[in-house]
Design a protein around this ligand. Structure first.
Ligand SMILES: [Zn+2]
Length: 130
């Protein structure tokens, strides 16, 4: 499947060779690159050498193209970006910014929500995408 991921700010493509490429900053100001597998529900991640993240630590995520923040403001430590599949269907992918937390939401243009990954271990307010 030929999938493209886009930054919601600049609409620059942020995936290459099966990885979504994100810029990250931890609460202790460590910075680097995170590679996430582009397949939804595959939580393999690779960190660049300057970045170490403790399990459970919340990171800020940024577009590697325009450097805008991908965090969803004030919302349960989540971030979002756009996914376009090979039928040109566009949807939002929402991921947890808490390292090690395997939660993904897929929200299509009709606001139909699919959830992937672990059962929610904490409350996430669904109000913002409804
Ligand atoms: Zn961008």
């Amino acid at each position: 499947m030929n999938v493209t991921y886009l930054c919601p700010h600049c609409r620059g493509a942020i995936n290459a060779d099966n990885n979504i490429i994100l810029s990250a900053k931890t609460s202790t100001n460590k910075v680097g690159i995170i590679l996430l597998h582009e397949e939804i529900g595959n939580y393999t991640s690779i960190l660049s050498s300057s970045l170490t993240i403790e399990k459970g630590e919340v990171v800020d995520l940024f577009c590697p193209v325009c450097h805008e923040c991908l965090n969803i403001p004030n919302k349960d430590s989540l971030a979002k970006y756009i996914r376009i599949d090979d039928n040109c269907n566009e949807c939002y992918i929402i991921i947890s910014r808490k390292y090690g937390e395997k939660i993904t939401f897929k929200v299509d243009e009709n606001k139909h929500i699919e959830t992937f990954g672990e059962k929610l271990s904490r409350f996430i307010d669904p109000e913002w995408f409804l």
